[in-house]
Design a protein. Structure first.
Length: 87
């Protein structure tokens, strides 16, 4: 468990970040395959794109840990802002 939250765990935060990164990479690949979004692989290359996705997911996992915030609101807002600036 995290020292500041009795209901949040290290494993849960890691699972959040990994699942978020995998889901995001899959959705971006799917959208690119159907030309719904610009192909971000062309813009960044695979390694940099995955690093950016992992960074966004990791930062969202940290936002989810913030005490006093409703993570159902704060995480999607953080994800949208981070994706806007980093992708």
């Amino acid at each position: 468990k995290w020292w500041f939250s009795s209901d949040k765990s290290y494993a849960g935060s890691l699972a959040f970040a990994l699942a978020g990164a995998l889901a995001t990479a899959g959705l971006l690949a799917w959208f690119a395959a159907f030309d719904c979004l610009p192909n971000l692989l062309d813009a960044y290359g695979p390694a940099e794109l995955l690093a950016r996705i992992a960074l966004i997911s990791g930062l969202c996992a940290l936002v989810e840990l913030a005490p006093g915030l409703d993570d159902n609101i704060s995480v999607p807002i953080a994800a949208a802002l981070l994706a806007h600036y980093l992708l």
